[in-house]
Design a binder for this molecule. Structure first.
Ligand code: URA
Length: 216
């Protein structure tokens, strides 16, 4: 199967940005003061990416969830645990991965005392793409993995569709290669065991492409 699929005319929305920061730690410090959109107002913490600066794989989720917002760390809640299990099953060494999100603050709506995930809008995603671009510029990974629609739109623009393009590695001109797949939370809450398992296996199958791609 062709490994690199040119992304003709999709118009990736993400221009890798040249931030002043020279290291990820400096970039993280700069991001703490971010007011590029209003989400900082109601979040507890900014949740920046995490992982080795020499990572050759960068996994991009949507936004921190409730647990991540409280811990100030990405992918430490149920979706993160599921992601770790699936990466292990796909034979991807977690130590080679940096994990981050398209949006760095938790967006939610209150239902009683619960904070329920609310999807970030296009403006929030676009403003936060500045930080994601700066992270990628510093990391220069071999492969970026877009987990779900928000990450896909931030990295590749609106012409790429998760359900149509999942499992493909796209090659936007002048940009990093991006593997398109679903977000683990898409099957985390499926109750029907056979359906859940079918989705989990398909996700692991997408993740197996990482190893095959890096071997070439
Ligand atoms: N979902 C995400 O997209 N990111 C996280 O950090 C946690 C859950």
């Amino acid at each position: 199967m062709l490994d690199r699929i040119p992304l003709a005319g999709a118009g990736p929305s993400l221009a890798y940005e040249h931030a002043d920061a020279e290291t990820l730690d400096e970039l993280h410090d700069d991001a703490q003061a971010c007011q590029r959109c209003d989400l900082y107002r109601s979040a507890t913490h900014l949740v920046f990416g995490e992982g080795p600066s020499a990572a050759d794989i960068v996994l991009v989720g949507e936004q921190p969830g409730d647990e991540e917002d409280l811990a100030a760390r990405p992918f430490v809640g149920p979706a993160g645990r599921l992601l770790d299990q699936c990466l292990e099953e796909a034979g991807v060494d977690r130590d080679r991965c940096y994990v981050t999100n398209a949006v760095k603050h938790f967006k939610y709506q209150m239902r009683g005392k619960k904070r329920l995930h609310a999807r970030p809008n296009a403006g929030e995603v676009q403003r936060c793409a500045w930080w994601l671009g700066a992270e990628l510029e510093l990391l220069k990974p071999k492969l970026v993995v877009a987990l779900g629609a928000t990450a896909v739109s931030s990295l590749l623009g609106s012409k790429v569709k998760v359900m149509r393009d999942r499992g493909r590695i796209l090659h936007p001109p002048g940009k990093l290669d991006v593997l398109v797949t679903i977000h683990p939370s898409a099957f985390l809450r499926i109750r029907e065991p056979a359906e859940k398992e079918k989705n989990r296996i398909a996700f692991v199958g997408d993740l197996r492409r990482i190893q095959r791609f890096l071997r070439h």
